[in-house]
Each structure stands twice: as C-alpha cells, then as structure tokens.
Write a protein that binds this ligand. Structure first.
Ligand code: NA7
Length: 293
C-alpha cells in the first residue's frame, strides 16, 4: 500500500521501517528534519507526504501535535481525498479523536485510532499490540499494515474507543509499576535483597508483564527511555481529564500524577518512567541495586 508515515520518534522510526521492510511504498515526514527511514521517500510537509497516499499513519507526541500535523499549516487535510484512511498511533484524547474524525469524515476520510502497547522493543521487533477504534471496513483495509508492525489487533469499537482503552491500559501500567517501585524501595530500606525479592515475585501471583519488562533495567540502573516519563505523565493527565469528563474519580492515579510532577521537577522527564523510582529512593535514603549495577 502507499503509506505516508508522519512522526519518526522512538516509536515511529521503527514502525515506518517495518512498513518498508514489508514491501509497502512509504513516504515519511518528521517535524525536525534529518530523521530518515532507509527505503522510504522523504516529504517536506505533512501535506506533501499525504499526497497520493492511501493511508496516512501518525505517531506523534500528543493531541496538539496531531492537531498541528492534520489541520495546521501545510497539514494533511489539504491533501485528503475520499477513501483515504488516517490511522493514529499517538496516544491522545479520546474526545479530541472523535472531533478530528468528524472533521475529516466531511471529506470522505475515515479515522482509525490505533494506539499501541509494546514500547520501543515491540516497535523495533514488529510485535506491537494495536488497540483500535474505527469502522470495521477501514480496520480490515489496514490489516496488512498492522501485520507489518505488530503481532495483534484488538478492535475495541468505533473511533475513539482505541484511545479510551489505551488510557485504561496505561493507567494500569503506571500503577503496577508504582506498586513495584514502592515495594522495591521499602524492601531495600528494610534490608531485603532486590534480586531475591524479584525471584519471589516471579514465582508468585505478584508477577506481571510490567515487572518482567522493567526489572532488568532497574537492576542495572538503566533509565534510558523505552517509554519516556514525560509521555507517561501526558497519558496520566489525559486519563484524569477523560475521567473528569465522565465523572469518574481515580484517587490512586491522582496521587501518582503528583509523583510524576515531582519527578519532572527533579529533571527526570526525558528518562524512562521507571525513573520515578529515584524519587522514592531519594525520600527513603536508599538505592535499589542488582548485582550487575
Ligand atoms: P517521541 O520519541 O517523543 O517522538 C515524538 C514525535 O512527535 C517526534 O517525531 C516529534 O517530532 C513529533 N512531534 C512532537 N510535537 C509535534 C508537533 N507539534 N508537530 C509535529 N510533530 C510533533 O515519542 P514516541 O515515539 O515514544 O511516542 C509517540 C506517541 O506514541 C506518543 O503519543 C506516545 O504516548 C505513544 P520532533 O522529532 O520532535 O520534531
């Protein structure tokens, strides 16, 4: 298929590469010039990238970025023709997604929200899980592209439901990690070895995918971003906003938002969200260590 891929950050770069490797004809655009994908053409603007594309795929930071890329100066909107599909793998507001979709529907264009889970490694290895909202026919048409970038698709309902579900998923990731980080901090302060605690976690119902993914990084004190803290913070805020609109109270997440605020004040925003651990360690006056660290 002819695909325009917009946004070559940690996730987008690998996703676009996997589309090229699967034989699709890809044109890329990134706000800051200089980011390239081998085998893909480069366009100077989103509008130019979207010209003649059957599918415009986005993976940019946040709701404002999606708004800019689609509706801003030299935005995709100028190049849209009936039958084009916009697929958005950014994690953004579900309410804004529905508004954006309504606006492009007037041009005969379908909007499929397709946020992902699987982080940097999943993007690189083509094993992302897509959490999708959109009409069935459009989702069906996108299947070869999903297959090139991921291992599974879950269609959660109409447009917007992918983003709504993604927020509910990241709420859990953030809270599960926080539980793990608090447990590690307390155990270390009480003189329990972190590696022994981990062995116990893995052998019991306390184990989780989040812990399995994050533990090796933590034990090596490697906080380089797989999923940057600033983006998880953005998702926590989006979740609290969506909850407020729906009159849902999320007291645990409200507290966690304050922790992310303080971790940001400490200058950790561009590290992985696992760096929230360092704040707990600072308060406790300990450092969690593995044998390799
Ligand atoms: P990154 O690595 O921070 O990349 C963000 C991308 O978004 C990057 O290409 C940015 O371009 C682009 N961006 C940010 N703001 C804008 C605006 N205003 N206009 C156009 N492009 C913009 O994030 P990830 O790849 O880890 O994650 C992307 C999304 O997936 C995010 O929603 C996550 O929550 C999930 P730049 O290179 O800075 O010019």
């Amino acid at each position: 298929m002819r695909v325009a891929f917009l946004g070559l950050g940690i996730m987008g770069q690998s996703m676009a590469t996997n589309l090229v490797n699967a034989g699709h004809v890809v044109t890329v655009w990134n706000r800051t010039p200089g980011k390239l994908v081998e085998g893909a053409a480069v366009a100077p603007t989103p509008a130019a990238a979207a010209q003649d594309a059957e599918v415009v795929w986005l993976c940019v930071s946040d709701t404002d970025a999606v708004d800019d890329v689609i509706f801003g100066k030299d935005g995709v909107e100028q190049s849209l023709v009936p039958g084009t599909i916009i697929a958005d793998s950014s994690t953004i507001s579900p309410a804004a997604t529905v508004k954006f979709a309504d606006r492009v529907r007037a041009k005969g264009v379908a909007w499929v929200d397709a946020p992902v889970t699987g982080s940097k490694i999943g993007a690189r290895e083509g094993t992302l899980v897509f959490i999708v909202g959109g009409d069935e026919a459009s989702v069906e048409r996108l299947k070869p592209l999903f297959a090139a970038m991921g291992k599974k698709i879950f269609r959660m309902g109409e447009t917007g439901k992918g983003q709504a579900t993604k927020l509910a998923m990241n709420l859990q990731i953030a809270m599960i990690f926080e539980g793990f980080a608090e447990a590690l901090t307390l155990a270390t302060k009480l003189g329990v070895d972190a590696q022994q605690l981990l062995a116990l976690i893995e052998a019991t119902m306390v184990r989780s995918g989040v812990v399995e993914y994050k533990a090796p990084f933590i034990l090596q004190r490697d906080f380089t971003p797989n999923f940057p803290l600033r983006l998880m913070h953005k998702d926590i805020r989006l979740t609290l906003e969506a909850a407020k609109e729906a009159r849902v109270k999320l007291p645990g997440l409200e507290t966690l938002e304050e922790i992310y605020e303080m971790a940001t004040e400490d200058g950790n925003q561009d590290l992985d969200y696992a760096a929230t651990l360092t704040l707990l360690e600072k308060w406790a006056g300990v450092q969690v260590k593995g044998k390799a660290a």
